[in-house]
Design a protein around this ligand. Structure first.
Ligand code: NAD
Length: 512
């Protein structure tokens, strides 16, 4: 049986490449995608470049107006958008509604309302040079190239686009070749909102199209995807001195303390591991549970895992994996773990009841840190549980990873939970919940170590779509300044006197 969800179509020489796509849950054909090459990508960047000055000059109120209109349209067309996302990914409709549409509306409205304030010019009083004033202004970067993955194919394409646009940039988006229909939805939404021509541009295709976008002269690249591709993106941006934001993979740890609410923690673990069939960059991929509560916690996790409904139609909790290559990685990680002594407490195989790319929600016990399942990103529905002596050991294991995206800690002592969250080497962390960070629009989101560079969302995400310009303004005038030519011994003695007065006396240091 052909399992490929994306297959290359044979083309005559000189023709554009095409990919054949099929539904991951049913394996039924979804259609073909024509790949945009370097020429189409350059044309899109040119269109964006031409539109940028006018878009930037339009000001916040006008740009916010388009965002608000898009939010209203998204509410009105939510069912249609959900159906199209679900057909392409196989994810449950209610999950798509909450994680793709609701989050999309929030992003649109949040930035429409607040960007003007966040990016407003500020005048800063100077501590020393009282004859000057400083104005800080946030200027758009120009054209932003956005490259996105398939796991949340609508929101991960829409959200950085919203942040780039409201800041006055124009955009060229290249969505994943696995989910081009969801990328098209973003284009449909902006078209319906009446965005001026050239402000938002869509190019479709795979790595070839993405690589062309990196070379097409954009002023920033916002990339979300795997570590391997992210590294290539960084290299190419580095060569061109183009800034990039890299939102990459994760291996999020969960730490369960002895005083945790075990029922909430167990339900949180099941949600964190199996939501979107484990294909979330912030999936819970490793659990460290303190020995004293490990049996009870594990029992509850297995019980709640057994309640999950896997399916393709109607109401269900866990859909298919989207790519056969990813399913193969999941199988390999479970095989490796079992060969090294892990016990399968639930799942551990493809789901024989379904035709598509279904892997059963899987719980593993007796795992160790030499197993792939604890070291490499699995990106599938597997929850490995490791028992630890105490919280210190949990932190040491949590930090023994090249990844550092999100993390979650479960304890009734919220202060202690916050301390533990700080001790984990990760860009974000959650106490007594999981994965929610990306949905908290104010929260700067991103990773440390190999999980990425830069932040999306919140004030910091918006600032990342601008360059910060310092404008120093002279307030006094006059013929000359103390430090201008000519240099002289007399001037040097004034400077020395100032040195002694300001940094050589306690009053001076207090005032400085
Ligand atoms: P991927 O790296 O294979 O592809 C991501 C995007 O890059 C796609 O659009 C792809 O076509 C494009 N691409 C591929 N080769 C390219 C090249 N040479 N130059 C430019 N673009 C190229 O990742 P994926 O499999 O689509 O997504 C899954 C990965 O994304 C996982 O590792 C997951 O953890 C990560 N992810 C991270 C976040 C985050 O916010 N940190 C969010 C979602 C997913």
């Amino acid at each position: 049986m052909a399992m490929a969800v994306v297959e290359e179509v044979e083309c005559a020489p000189g023709q554009r490449r095409r990919l054949r796509l099929s539904n991951p849950a049913t394996l039924e054909p979804l259609g073909e995608l024509e790949i945009d090459g370097a020429e189409q990508v350059r044309a899109a960047v040119d269109r964006a470049r031409k539109a940028q000055a006018e878009w930037s000059a339009a000001g916040f109120a006008e740009r916010a107006h388009y965002l608000e209109r898009a939010a209203r349209l998204l509410v009105a067309r939510a069912d249609e958008f959900v159906a199209r996302i679900a057909a392409e990914t196989g994810k449950p409709r209610s999950e798509a509604l909450a994680t793709e549409i609701l989050t999309g509306c929030d992003s649109l409205q949040f930035y429409a309302k607040r960007a003007r304030h966040i990016l407003a010019d500020r005048t800063i009083p100077l501590h020393l040079l009282k004859t000057k004033k400083l104005r800080i202004s946030h200027r758009p970067l120009g054209v932003v190239g956005i490259i996105t993955p398939w796991n949340f194919p609508f929101i991960l394409a829409l959200n950085p686009t919203v942040q780039a646009l409201i800041a006055g940039n124009t955009v060229v988006l290249k969505p994943s070749e696995v989910t081009p229909g969801s990328g098209q939805l973003v284009a449909d939404l902006w078209a319906a909102a009446g965005l001026p021509a050239g402000v938002f541009n869509l190019v479709q295709g795979d790595g070839e199209t993405g690589a062309a976008l990196l070379e097409a002269g954009a002023d920033k690249i916002s990339f979300t995807g795997s570590v391997a591709t992210g590294r290539r993106v960084a290299e190419i941006c580095g060569r061109q001195l183009v800034p990039c934001t890299l939102e990459l993979g994760g291996k999020d740890p969960m730490i369960v303390c002895a005083d945790a609410d075990l029922e909430r923690a167990a339900r949180g673990a099941v949600y964190g591991a199996f939501s979107n069939a484990g294909q979330v960059c912030t999936s819970t991929e490793r659990v460290y549970v303190v020995d004293a509560v490990a049996d009870e916690f594990t029992r509850r996790v297995v019980e709640h895992t057994s309640e999950l409904r896997q399916g393709a139609e109607g109401e269900f909790d866990v859909g298919p994996m989207i790519r056969p290559e990813q399913l193969a990685i999941v199988e390999e990680h479970v095989r490796d773990a079992v060969a090294k002594g892990a016990r399968v407490l639930a799942g551990g195989r493809r789901n024989p009841a379904h035709k598509g790319l279904f892997y059963e929600p899987t719980v593993l016990d007796d795992v160790t840190h030499d197993m792939k399942i604890m070291r490499e990103e699995t990106f599938g529905p597997v929850l490995p549980i490791m028992r630890v002596r105490d919280e210190d050991e949990a932190i040491a294991y949590a930090n023994d990873s090249p990844y550092g995206l999100n993390a979650n800690v479960w304890t009734r002592d919220r202060r202690r939970g916050t301390q533990l969250a700080k001790a984990i080497e990760s860009g974000c962390a959650v106490v007594n919940d999981c994965m929610i960070t990306y949905g908290v629009t104010e929260a700067p989101f991103g990773g440390v170590k190999q999980s990425g560079i830069g932040r999306v969302n919140g004030e910091q995400g918006l600032l990342g779509m601008c360059h910060t310009k310092s404008i120093v303004i002279d307030r006094v005038g006059g013929r000359s300044e103390l430090l201008w030519f000519p240099h002289s011994a007399r001037k040097a003695s004034w400077v020395k006197r100032a040195l002694r007065l300001i940094w050589g006396t306690s009053l001076g240091r207090w005032l400085a």
